[in-house]
Design a protein around this ligand. Sequence first.
Ligand code: FES
Length: 207
Amino acid sequence: MREHEQQRNGPGGFNRRDFLKGSGAVVAATAIATAEQEAQAQKAAAVQGPGKVDVTLTVNGKQHKLSIEPRTTLLDALRDQLNLTGCKDDYDTTSCSGSDTVIIDGKAVYASTRLAIEVQGQKIQTVESLRDGDKIDEVIAGFVKHDAMQCGFCTPGFVMATRAFLNQKPKATLEEIQSGLGGNICRCGTYKGITACALEIAKKGGA
Ligand code: FES
């Protein structure tokens, strides 16, 4: 074989046509695999509901087996099924004030924005977990001390947002606290007390 043909065909005699044939087969096989995966995903999604399905939630360290429709939000599951009414239901939309804030795997999350079925296997913490008999979390004590509530509707959500934030940033500055709690709204305007509470804990190193 001449030198230029060897270069064109490659040392092993593998030429451009062979390559295109091979890559075409790979593309076709990938497309078939993707279509099959999509079909399987659609089939799996199709079997969820609309009737009740079994859902297991891990809330405040305990497992709860529920029978609920797949469309049930985490907020509704907590309030209506588990009687954990600390998280509030204001407008049932994502434009809420954050009064439905819970902690999921360490992060503050609006419970109304998650379906219960999709948070299975994750650790869910509600405001009820911050009290153990007479022992209360320092954030709750700080809210009382700094008079950080009026009507109290936003308070459980703010407490959970503050707890999650201080867990992640135990030595936060005032600016960081104000920014970190920006996802919650208090219509009574108790921000001064809330930030004073968070700042006091942060100054102690986030106890
Ligand atoms: S205390 Fe009333 S909304 Fe915050």
